[in-house]
Design a protein around this ligand. Structure first.
Ligand SMILES: C[S@@+](CC[C@H](N)C(=O)[O-])C[C@H]1O[C@@H](n2cnc3c(N)ncnc32)[C@H](O)[C@@H]1O
Length: 231
């Protein structure tokens, strides 16, 4: 996950740089998110939870919960959730009341084999490395527990890809700069460089102890779900 883009933080600075950035943009994060995704993010989260086939009352970790969109959705639909995030600013700006802890996804403050599911929305690109993340998810999930990840993706179709490139790489940084923070919303499209190909993420999940690993492309391929069951 090294990047040739000089605007991106080096691996040794990444954790602190990401934490500071999210602290800085936390106050307007929800507003900008909804505008930028035309509320599609709400639909994507619902689809991920539906695909995970969870049981009522299951205990689900919302990893990199941010302001708690997944946690709020899980709590309102009969699941129990705990949110974990590095940024105190994001946790303090939560839009609903849910159990949350400040912590690092690469060293989860959770006992082994204690949760039924883990969800993680739009955070893979922000992590220093992915292997420890998937290993930690496998450690805290009970056997048979499910991991569901929501991430951005790049459409395969040429027409969609051109439109997406224009919107995500050119317009989103401008909207972000206008409503929130220039450098943070320039980082957003640039950070896609950190994201491995879907098939490589699937391989990593399998190696980390997940079976039935699969992915689903959403909205013409601008977002993706990755799912796996703790073997
Ligand atoms: C793009 S936001 C996504 C927030 C939320 N999941 C959502 O769907 O809106 C990424 C989040 O990842 C968190 N994050 C980044 N690195 C992290 C780490 N190593 N451990 C925990 N949280 C982290 C950031 O603080 C931020 O809240």
């Amino acid at each position: 996950m090294n990047s040739p883009n000089s605007n991106l933080p080096s691996p040794s600075d990444k954790r602190e740089s990401v934490q500071t950035m999210f602290d800085r943009i936390s106050g307007r994060y929800d507003l900008v998110n909804r505008i930028m995704t035309f509320r599609l993010d709400v639909r994507w989260r619902k689809r991920l939870v539906a695909e995970m086939d969870l049981a009522p009352q299951d205990l689900i970790l919302d990893l990199a919960c941010g302001t708690g969109d997944f946690a709020a959705q899980l709590n309102s639909t009969g699941f129990r959730s705990i949110g974990i995030d590095l940024s105190s600013g994001m946790l303090e700006n939560a839009s609903s009341d849910f159990v949350r802890v400040q912590g690092d996804l690469l060293e989860l403050p959770i006992a082994s084999e204690t949760v039924d599911g883990c969800v993680c929305g739009f955070a893979l690109r922000n992590l220093v490395e992915l292997e420890s993340f998937f290993t930690e998810c496998a450690r805290v999930l009970r056997p048979g527990g499910v991991l569901g990840v929501l991430e951005v993706s790049e459409p395969k179709s040429k027409i969609l890809s051109t439109g997406h490139d224009l919107y995500f790489n050119k317009l989103v940084p401008k909207i972000g700069a206008l409503l929130s923070d220039r450098s943070a919303y320039a980082y957003l499209p640039e950070s896609v460089e950190y994201l491995p190909e879907t098939k490589d993420i699937e391989t990593l999940m399998t190696k980390s102890g997940f079976s039935k690993v699969r992915s689903i492309q959403l909205s013409g391929g601008i977002a993706q779900l990755l799912l796996g069951t703790r073997a």
